[in-house]
Design a protein around this ligand. Structure first.
Ligand code: ZN
Length: 288
């Protein structure tokens, strides 16, 4: 489910707060927003536009675990008010006016202004436009990121920047693999996106920047098969046949849904990466 929630800058400076924190705790106000829901934040005057795309990562934040964002409240006492809160993690930000109230009005997506909360099912056209704007924005961000990878040798780069870039590139990598594998685990066919991982064949830590983003260096796997592949309990030969560690018993293999008949298709561009994985697998097997 997708939502729009509004923010009054005089009351709470959400813009500054998102400069400081990656996630914020938002008063629930009775709306049943649950984990995984997308929440767009409409920022009131003087901006009067939708600026942030967030994802709900917790539908009930415990009071003692709250993010301490007192300084961003117009009246700091309001920070102390006890209330049901959800946690929203910033996904993306649009600074331009593509989602301003004037443009939304001109496009006849809203009548007057945005107040309270909006639910996607009641405003399909409005939400489809918002989605489209954020998709465009993400594409720009990724191409800017790819450019910066080629240019940026700045050693002063902050940890926060590095983490943000790592997250963007992981998401980009997963997106490409979701497309390539039709959003299914290459081994078992599980098709639940939150449970799928863009698994690097040559590990992230050992890969170059280009290799980290190269879809040929990836398999789309569910979390369980990713764990097996990442820890070299399984690998694949040149033709894509699975090779299973002899340390796994017959019963374990059954539980883990792996058997020697499994075969994935491996392109030539992937073979050089898989070769490294295959070698490591056999080095590891020696130890049993
Ligand atoms: Zn799987």
């Amino acid at each position: 489910m997708e939502w729009i929630r509004t923010a009054n800058l005089k009351k709470y400076n959400v813009i500054e707060a998102f400069h400081t924190f990656e996630s914020l705790d938002w008063v629930k106000s009775g709306f049943e927003i649950v984990e995984g829901d997308i929440v767009y934040i409409y920022v009131g005057k003087p901006f009067s536009r939708i600026m942030f795309k967030t994802v709900c990562t917790c539908s009930q934040v415990e009071e003692y675990k709250r993010i301490s964002d007192r300084e961003f409240w117009g009246n700091p006492d309001e920070f102390n008010v006890r209330s049901d809160r959800i946690r929203l993690r910033l996904e993306s930000k649009i600074v331009s006016d593509v989602l301003s109230i004037e443009i939304l009005r001109k496009k006849h997506l809203i009548k007057t202004t945005i107040q309270g909360a909006y639910k996607a099912e009641n405003y399909p056209e409005l939400f489809s436009y918002i989605r489209q704007c954020f998709d465009e924005q993400d594409k720009h961000e990724i191409s800017a990121y790819l450019r910066s990878l080629c240019e940026n040798n700045d050693l002063q780069e902050t940890e926060k920047n590095i983490l943000a870039k790592a997250r963007i590139s992981q998401e980009y990598f997963k997106k490409k693999l979701l497309h390539k594998y039709g959003s299914q685990c290459a081994i078992c066919g599980l098709d639940s996106k939150p449970l799928l991982v863009g698994s690097h064949i040559k590990p992230w830590a050992e890969a170059t920047s280009a290799e980290r983003l190269d879809e040929n260096n990836g398999l789309l796997l569910c979390v369980m098969h990713d764990a097996l592949f990442d820890r070299h309990f399984i690998t694949f030969d040149e033709d894509g046949h699975i090779v299973i560690s002899r340390s796994l018993t017959k019963e374990q293999r059954k539980i883990l849904q792996i058997d020697p008949s499994i075969k994935i298709s491996i392109r030539d561009e992937t073979k050089c990466y898989m070769k490294i994985h295959y070698q490591k697998f056999f080095e590891r097997e020696q130890s049993f």
